[in-house]
Design a protein around this ligand. Structure first.
Ligand code: MLT
Length: 325
């Protein structure tokens, strides 16, 4: 029998799948101190989302001569909270579920894009305050504007395809994606990230957080955004991030909201999470969600089933086909 730690929650059906295969599942969030005390050494597998940070120190503390840990599962896409190199050195397999949440994050991004341009959250706040702001809240259409996608993987391509149906022109920056993919989707792939900011009034982030992408969206890039759409409409500039906190320099975004260079900032992810006291929250043209891009019943069910299958394979002594190391 294997022991599996689920530290940031997992779909009930997935837990059942693991226990039905004769393994024990412990659903419990551990503090950093508990993780550093080596608590994970008593488990064969650990499944995390973004809240648990499996740093080099935590991984090293989880491995001793009697330890059983052989599998780290990331129930989701981003693995910036797992030191894969440290795991590899300790012969621990790391797997994520990169496709399971694509549709949900695409839809979330589009929701933020539409909310940004049609003042949905401001309108709602005003209504609740008893203000009928019909004259004040004039939005702009997505049609005839340029959308810049930073990162052009599965999620960005999904967002692009929907935005195209709204009549947007697509631009993307992704040094790792073949040109043919962008061409097939009628998306102009740029060699230089700055030219996205120069050409696009709407920018949406879809890359991983790495040393290279940390604060990629900074004052100098935001200041290049054109404010005027390709159709000549003064639509302002709009920034959306449903990928990872830390890619947008939040202080720069706030400064740009204050100066009017950005007309809206919509974030699902924050540099420091949980974000409960972020200075952006005080600005009317900011709206946000608490990292819920993948939080749909459908995505969580898919993620859970995929993760449970990977764990069962590993506990049966097989090497998962889709590991990251
Ligand atoms: C992911 O990387 O899969 C998402 O950010 C979802 C999450 O961490 O909850």
């Amino acid at each position: 029998m294997g022991r599996v730690a689920v530290t940031d929650g997992m779909d009930e059906k997935a837990i059942e799948m693991i226990t039905d295969n004769g393994h024990e599942v412990v659903v419990k969030h551990y503090t950093v101190e508990e993780l550093l005390s080596g608590i994970l050494a008593d488990f064969d597998a650990v499944v995390v989302r973004s809240a648990t940070k499996l740093t080099r120190d935590v991984i090293n503390s989880s491995v001793n001569q009697q330890s059983r840990l052989k599998f780290i599962g990331r129930a989701g896409v981003g693995v910036d909270n797992i030191d894969i190199e440290a795991a590899t050195e300790k012969n621990i397999v790391v797997c994520n579920t990169p496709r399971a949440s694509t549709k949900s994050v695409v839809e979330m991004t589009i929701a933020h894009l539409l909310a940004s341009c049609r003042n949905i959250t401001t309108a709602d706040r005003k209504l609740r305050e008893g203000i009928w702001a019909k004259k004040e809240l004039v939005g702009t259409e997505l049609s005839g504007k340029s959308l810049g996608l930073i990162g052009y993987g599965r999620i960005a391509q999904g967002v692009g395809n929907i935005a195209k149906a709204f009549g947007m022109d697509l631009h993307a920056y992704d040094p790792y994606v073949p040109k043919e993919i962008a061409k097939k989707n009628n998306c102009r792939l740029h060699d230089d990230v700055d030219s996205i900011f120069r050409m696009c009034t709407h920018v949406s982030i879809h890359c991983n957080l790495t040393e290279e992408t940390y604060h990629l969206v900074n004052s100098s890039r935001i200041n290049q955004m054109p404010r005027k759409g390709d159709d000549g409409i003064d639509c302002g500039n709009h920034l959306i991030n449903c990928a990872r906190g830390g890619i947008v320099d939040e202080a720069a975004a706030l400064e740009a909201l204050e100066s009017g260079q950005l007309s809206s900032v919509a974030l699902d992810v924050f540099e420091s999470e949980p974000a409960t006291n972020n200075p952006l929250f005080a600005h009317d043209n900011f709206h946000g969600t608490p990292h819920i891009g993948a939080a749909t019943k459908e995505a969580q069910a898919r993620i859970g089933i995929e993760m449970a299958s990977l764990i069962i394979e590993t506990l049966n002594g097989e090497k998962p086909k889709t590991s990251l190391n």
